[in-house]
Design a protein around this ligand. Structure first.
Ligand SMILES: [Zn+2]
Length: 257
């Protein structure tokens, strides 16, 4: 399973980097130093990301839960209902944790590492502080244990979320009509770009991972500019200098004033 996750992440990254080279929103460049910093944070965080399904599996085993023995099974849902609800619950939880990460100061200190990237591309997807990844895992596993979803549904959602996240962080210029058509149903690069804007009211919008539905239901959807965010400044105003972008500075950032 670990190999499957790493292979999926690598394939998504390679595919989106290839698409970025074909249709970049901003002129294609190879920011090797930035990529190296993002890659280092990705390696440090990936262990905790991988831990979510593994811990769920281990906890279910330790508690003697048979596959499909949680709430979903008690409600007598058919397979397709269990898969659909698993998808909705996991995406809703991702939305809730993301929104919480912008609202609670100590969570924002961790999440700000992700937002401090001064450019946006596929490598930003995995740029997270390891403690943020640990928090996400710690919050997600108990919900999965209570829900008791089919393991394959958890893996399927994780794969879809990985693909959509990598694509939505991409330095990509989708045809405007295609982006507008997709935007109500799935998070697109233009939709998520607004969330990485350095302007705080825009940063505090568009929290969705896969389904923009949650932003629309909970009134956190922002207005995507007509130029797909080409003119927006990415990152955080206070962390633009090179010294705040090193791996060591990013790891220490949540603990500094
Ligand atoms: Zn965010």
């Amino acid at each position: 399973m670990v190999q499957l996750y790493i292979a999926t992440a690598a394939m998504c990254l390679a595919a989106v980097l290839f698409l970025e080279s074909l249709a970049p929103l901003h002129p294609a460049e190879v920011p090797l130093r930035r990529w190296a910093h993002n890659a280092a944070l990705s390696v440090l965080s990936v262990g905790t990301v991988l831990a979510t399904p593994l811990l769920f599996w281990a906890a279910a085993g330790a508690l003697g839960l048979r596959p499909g023995a949680g709430w979903l099974a008690r409600w007598g849902l058919p397979d397709w209902g269990q898969w659909g609800l698993t998808f909705i619950v996991m995406d809703g939880l991702a939305y809730a944790l993301h929104r919480l990460s912008h609202a609670v100061p100590w969570l924002w200190r961790l999440h700000a590492v992700h937002h401090s990237d001064v450019q946006l591309d596929a490598t930003t997807t995995h740029r997270h502080h390891p403690l943020e990844s640990a928090f996400t895992t710690a919050a997600t596993v108990p919900v999965l244990v209570l829900l008791g979803p089919p393991m394959l549904a958890v893996l399927a959602y994780s794969g879809v979320a990985l693909a959509v996240s990598t694509l939505s962080h991409g330095n990509l210029r989708l045809p405007a009509a295609l982006d507008r058509w997709l935007r109500p149903w799935v998070v697109t690069p233009a939709y998520h770009r607004l969330h990485h804007s350095a302007h705080q009211p825009q940063t505090d919008s568009n929290y969705a991972t896969v389904l923009p539905l949650f932003d629309h239901l909970l009134r956190s959807a922002g207005t995507v500019p007509g130029d797909a965010g080409r003119q927006l400044t990415m990152g955080l105003p206070s962390r633009r200098d090179a010294s705040s972008q090193t791996v060591w500075a990013l790891l220490r950032a949540p603990f500094r004033g």
